[in-house]
Design a protein around this ligand. Structure first.
Ligand SMILES: *[C@@H]1O[C@H](CO)[C@@H](O)[C@H](O)[C@H]1NC(C)=O
Ligand SMILES: *[C@@H]1O[C@H](CO)[C@@H](O)[C@H](O)[C@H]1NC(C)=O
Ligand SMILES: *[C@@H]1O[C@H](CO)[C@@H](O)[C@H](O)[C@H]1NC(C)=O
Length: 249
């Protein structure tokens, strides 16, 4: 994050420096650069925020802060998967693969705000299980998502926003990059505030689609059957997808 802001500083200095030295013969049209710099294009009104979306993702965390049923905890892992989120109907679906270096977990989560219930399906030793639980996620919301600057990811022109995920109670800063041309999610990074050890995470979004597909909200038959006693033993240790803990929206 510090590197990111240093880069912005360097970019800003470079642009300001070059604008003040008029070389006369240069071929760069600085008026175009000037027009692109510092102009927020996305989310200038709440009506521009998506009503839902789907996206594949890869999230890497190094001691990053994450909400858990027993409070905010730091952890390191890689998680990848697909998410489908209906912000208006308050339904979500995540298909995830979690790897903390020792344990790999593959699972699915269906969450319903209407009855505050979630269903988590995991595959252990080749057998599928599904558990019903109270919903552990609220509708994702970032406190004060503020436009910071223009930015480029590769050569993609982005709007950069900063905020703090509400589920992380001001413990964590989040920086979000969205594509200026269509306001789609591209990348989000977090940095823990005042934690020892320090912690970070980076999430990239792939194949972003600005609407949710309702087909994913249908529960599979395995989740409609009451669990047996062997399943219940497993329930307490079931891994939930971390990506839901710091979604921007
Ligand atoms: C909660 O709502 C979902 C979606 O309507 C439904 O599939 C599920 O059976 C409901 N669960 C309970 C416990 O009411
Ligand atoms: C899965 O397999 C491992 C190793 O054989 C065993 O220790 C564990 O209890 C099994 N888990 C379940 C839920 O059957
Ligand atoms: C986060 O900080 C804001 C502004 O200082 C405050 O209004 C809000 O209550 C804090 N939230 C939490 C969960 O502590």
């Amino acid at each position: 994050m510090k590197l990111l802001f240093s880069l912005i500083l360097v970019m800003t200095i470079a642009l300001n420096c070059c604008k003040s030295f008029n070389m006369g013969t240069n071929k760069i049209d600085y008026s175009k650069i000037e027009n692109q710099v510092g102009q927020q294009q996305c989310f200038t009104s709440s009506g521009q925020l998506p009503t839902g979306y789907s996206s594949s993702y890869v999230m890497i965390s190094f001691n990053g802060n994450h909400p858990t049923p027993s409070g905010i905890q730091q952890s390191s892992f890689l998680e990848s998967g697909f998410m489908n989120i209906d912000l208006v109907g308050q339904q979500l679906y995540v298909d995830f693969l979690f790897d903390n270096g020792n344990t790999k977990t593959k699972g699915n989560l269906w969450g319903f705000g209407s009855n505050s219930t979630q269903y988590v399906s995991v595959n252990v030793n080749g057998t599928d299980y599904c558990f019903q639980q109270p919903l552990s996620y609220s509708v994702p919301a970032i406190e004060g998502l503020n436009y910071i600057t223009d930015f480029e990811l590769g050569t993609v022109q982005c709007d950069m926003f900063a905020g703090s995920p509400s589920s992380l109670a001001n413990s964590t800063n989040l920086v979000l990059l969205v594509d200026k041309s269509d306001c789609s999610l591209i990348s989000a990074s977090t940095e823990n505030i005042n934690n020892t050890p320090s912690g970070y995470s980076l999430t990239n979004y792939y194949y972003y689609n600005p609407s949710a597909d309702s087909a994913y909200f249908q529960l599979p038959s395995i989740c409609l059957n009451p669990p047996n006693s062997k399943q219940l033993k497993l329930k307490s240790s079931v891994q939930l997808p971390k990506v839901l803990g710091n979604l921007p929206f």
